[in-house]
Design a binder for this molecule. Structure first.
Ligand code: NAD
Length: 459
């Protein structure tokens, strides 16, 4: 889509805002969400096939991590929307006695949703559910890296909504920047911290509000008292689902030196159990999204092994296949220790005391997720209290994403604002205070001030 058509699409949505404020109430919003649900259910095979074409994503993973989360978001939103939309009464303060106060969540207006490639369906349509629930129109820009899925998203939206309510604009960086030139009321961006900065700078030109769902290196700590079998299974799942291309995947693991050997063995067993001796032949193991990212991951492994790291499992690569890989003897000089890995490579680092782990975490940008495995609750609590992260999982990985009642988001480098359920609704709403006069005594204090105000001051 060229610049003029982008401008026209946004202008059409802007022109419809005033009228939509009057006619896009609870029933209309629920109707829009129900319609979206029907189209997704009808198009399920196309979604599965598109994700297989884009990066060999296994069907059960498409169902579990792309389609079900969006359907669950719709179900939860439809169930609670009436309550979320309701005006909230606020009790008067002393100075506002004789007034009535309410807070009305109002739609922000025209919103831009920019999605990444790693969960391309879920992360484009999940935020759209919240945008519609809050009464907005939206332009959705899916990722150019997953063209088959982006086309299915465009088809679904076109079949379901008029373009003055929801439009899809396909394209890469250039198109994204043309969109960012437009005066959106809110921008909901999911992607890397680097591009997040570009989005926030662009939003500043129009003072558009932003929600930034970013990434980073999410640490995992395995304590001396952890249930090793359980820890290994959760970590293997969180790391190797979607071939490690998950924003909340455990990026690297700190394991207490006393259990280092047993943990590594349990992890190897968990990986073998999930994907067999050769993951290449597993139907449940995805591929790297493209040759560029496969090369990037080979580069990280090469740099690490050149500098003395040791691959203790995996490492085999062919085209966009990269085996589940464990790597040890990591040092801060290695790129793998600095960059978000975003692939099926898991560094394991032994530690002696908790302070060294906490100091390391606190010396880095705040992560999107942090995981702790330990039976002793005080151990986990100490880490949670002494670190900052977007979210925390204790004795599990990634599942906090799926809890509809929890806010999902990062903090500073890993994000600004939150998504999901009521938090997603709030991200796309402006809380408008409305104060109504009933029998306020304040007019007695209007000018001329003397002598009444003087008397009040002396009281
Ligand atoms: P990305 O930042 O490269 O791209 C995201 C989107 O921004 C794409 O639609 C892309 O077209 C657009 N874009 C890219 N460069 C741009 C530019 N210069 N100007 C304007 N738009 C631009 O991210 P990605 O590679 O698609 O996704 C991976 C990243 O996303 C990782 O860092 C991951 O941790 C993060 N992520 C975060 C979440 C979350 O919910 N917090 C979820 C998934 C992925």
């Amino acid at each position: 889509m060229d610049g003029d058509r982008i401008k026209a699409t946004v202008a059409r949505q802007k022109a419809a805002v005033a009228e939509r404020r009057l006619r896009f109430g609870l029933e209309e919003r629920k109707g829009a969400l129900a319609h979206l649900r029907q189209t997704i259910e009808r198009r399920e095979r196309d979604i599965v096939e598109a994700l297989r074409r884009d990066f060999g994503k296994p069907e059960p993973e498409v169902i579990l991590t792309e389609i079900l989360p969006v359907l669950q978001e719709i179900r939860h939103t439809m169930r609670h929307l009436k309550r979320w939309m309701r005006e909230r009464r606020v009790a008067p303060t002393l100075a506002t006695l004789g007034t009535s106060a309410r807070i009305r969540p109002e739609p922000r207006g025209v919103c831009l949703i920019i999605a990444p490639w790693n969960y391309p369906f879920n992360l484009a349509l999940g935020p759209l559910v919240s945008a519609l629930a809050a009464g907005n129109s939206a332009v959705v820009k899916p990722s150019e890296m997953t063209p088959a899925t982006s086309q299915v998203i465009a088809d679904i939206i076109e079949e379901t909504f008029p373009p003055d309510l929801v439009a899809v604009v396909q394209g890469g960086r250039e198109v994204s920047q043309q969109l960012l030139d437009q005066p959106f009321d809110h921008i909901f961006f999911t992607g890397s911290p680097e591009v997040g900065r570009i989005v926030m700078a662009a939003a500043a030109r129009h003072l558009s509000s932003v929600t930034l769902e970013l990434g980073g290196k999410s640490p995992t700590i395995v304590g001396p008292g952890a249930d090793l079998g359980k820890a290994a299974r959760w970590i293997a799942f969180g790391k190797f689902v979607n071939a490690g291309q998950t924003c909340i995947a455990p990026d690297h693991v700190f394991v207490h030196r006393s259990i280092e050997v047993q943990f590594a063995e349990a992890l190897r067993a968990a990986i073998r159990h999930a994907y067999g001796a050769d993951a290449r032949t597993s139907r449940d193991y995805a591929r790297i999204v493209n040759a560029h990212h496969a090369e990037r991951l080979h580069g990280l492994l090469q740099d690490a092994t050149d500098k003395g790291a040791r691959i203790s499992l995996g490492g085999e690569a062919e085209g966009t296949y990269l085996a589940p890989t464990l790597i040890e003897a990591i040092t801060p000089q290695m790129n793998i220790d600095r960059e978000e890995i975003f692939g099926p490579v898991l560094p394991i680092m032994a530690y002696d005391g908790l302070d060294e782990v906490i100091d390391r975490i606190n010396a880095r940008p705040k992560p999107l997720a942090l995981y702790v495995f330990e039976k002793d609750a005080a151990f986990a609590e100490e880490i949670v209290a002494r670190t900052s992260s977007g979210g925390v999982g204790v004795n599990l990985t990634t599942m906090h994403y799926t809890h509809a009642g929890l806010p999902f988001g990062g903090v500073n480098n890993s994000g600004i604002g939150a998504a999901h359920g009521h938090f997603g609704f709030q991200a796309f709403s402006h809380d408008k205070p409305i104060l109504k006069e009933r029998w306020s005594a304040v007019p007695m204090l209007f000018p001329p001030y003397r002598p009444r105000v003087e008397r009040l001051i002396r009281m």
